[in-house]
Design a protein around this ligand. Structure first.
Ligand code: ADP
Ligand code: GN1
Ligand code: MG
Length: 363
């Protein structure tokens, strides 16, 4: 690991730094934990933001500033304990900016570290799923009265028909010469084209509420309190924009109802567990039942298939393009990830009726 000293010094006195290590398994940004010499000083989380993925980094940072300030206002208004552990806090540079741009044009930002937390890439229990879903439901509740509007920093981020079109365009270009390896996956994408319209068309017709949503609610974007196991803080706010509640619920279904890794190569190991879906539904509705719309409720069961299908297409597109977007550990990684998402989508579609019955019992 190359220690980014030049990016630490804008945020803090380098002489006070005792160590730097890597943090997390994100596919887009680079995250570092910077520790300090003083025994009572909490570390800081330093991130290099991927500006190929986020074309408007200052706009994205303005969104994050708006969102986190609002979260802290809400936590104060509700009298919640430990507010510093319940919402991220941006750490400005020494000259009071939320962003530092280095000579290479890389963008850096920092957050206060939240102590005594754990994060997971794969769920281990229904309690964890309940806690994660409850925290993401509460996040939407917090955002309900966000003042002002957020910038649409990645337009059409969850517009699944556009993701389908982007895939077809990559198929035509076949930039990396990998088109010959993807016939089964492409056939799956084409056969499920209708699924792509499930939410997008209703949003366009004004038949689903437009909300402020997180848009990347995978299970490792929640911090759990190490002692109690409670979901304590929603992180990774890069994609907070207007969207549908179904995107957030759907990405939770994708990542929190299966005990397999996101890139599990053995598809037989990828199953979707109804007890985990039940925990997810109960956790999410703890807060969201206060505001969820009947149409959203009706579509909760399909949302997981939609987001799994969408992400599968995104991984497939990147595989065809030559791995330009997601970090990969080996040459066929994106294809492997795509297969695992399509398998999840299939499992969820098979369980849709059971899921619908469960949702109906709750309403
Ligand atoms: P990425 O965009 O790469 O996914 P994240 O913001 O999700 O980056 O952070 C990566 C990991 O770093 C998280 O899964 C979590 O384990 C840890 N992390 C991030 N921010 C904090 C924080 N403020 N306090 C404690 N841990 C954090
Ligand atoms: C990316 O940054 P990270 O790893 O949390 C991606 C998400 C995907 C996710 C799949 C900005 O999220 O959309 O769902 O990988 N983020 C962006 O693991 O594209
Ligand atoms: Mg993350």
């Amino acid at each position: 690991m190359t220690v980014p000293h030049h990016a630490i010094s804008p945020f803090t006195d380098l002489k006070k730094v005792s160590g730097v290590s890597c943090l997390g398994n994100g596919h887009i940004n680079d995250t570092y934990l910077v520790s300090f010499v003083e025994a009572d000083r909490l570390p800081m989380v330093l991130q290099r933001v991927n500006h190929r993925v986020f074309p408007d980094v200052p706009g994205m940072m303005a969104n994050i500033r708006q969102v986190t300030d609002h979260q802290h206002r809400k936590l104060a208004e509700w009298g919640r304990d430990q507010p510093e552990r319940r919402a991220l806090r941006l750490l400005p540079t020494l000259d009071d900016r939320d962003l530092f741009v280095d000579e290479a044009g890389d963008f850096w930002r920092a957050f206060d570290y939240i102590p005594e937390v754990t994060s997971i890439d794969v769920v281990k229990s229904a309690e964890q799923v309940f806690e994660a879903a409850k925290a993401f439901g509460e996040f939407q509740y917090q955002m309900a009265d966000l003042p002002g509007t957020l910038l649409d920093t990645i337009p059409n981020f969850h517009h699944t028909p556009s993701r389908y079109d982007a895939l077809e365009s990559s198929v035509s270009q076949d930039l990396a010469g990998r088109g010959r390896f993807i016939s089964a996956e492409l056939a799956f994408a084409r056969a499920h084209r209708d699924l792509a319209h499930g939410v997008a068309d209703l949003m366009e017709a004004g038949d689903l509420p437009v909300r402020v949503t997180h848009n990347d609610t995978k299970i490792n974007n929640i911090l759990f309190d190490s002692q109690s196991g409670k979901g304590i803080c929603v992180i990774d706010l890069d994609t907070v924009m207007t969207g549908s509640l179904l995107y957030d619920f759907g990405d939770l279904v994708r990542t929190a109802t299966s005990l397999a890794d996101e890139d599990e190569p053995d598809l037989a190991k990828i199953q979707v567990e109804m007890p985990l879906f039940e925990a997810l539904l109960n956790g999410f509705l703890t807060k969201a039942s206060a505001f969820i719309d009947p149409k959203e409720l009706e579509l909760l069961p399909m949302s997981g298939a939609l987001i799994s299908y969408e992400l599968g297409m995104r991984f497939l597109k990147d595989y065809l393009d030559g791995d330009l977007y997601f970090k990969v550990a080996h040459p066929h990684h994106n294809l492997q990830r795509c297969r695992a998402q399509f398998r999840r989508a299939e499992c969820i579609l098979r369980l849709e009726r059971e899921m619908t019955e469960m949702v109906c019992q709750r309403s």
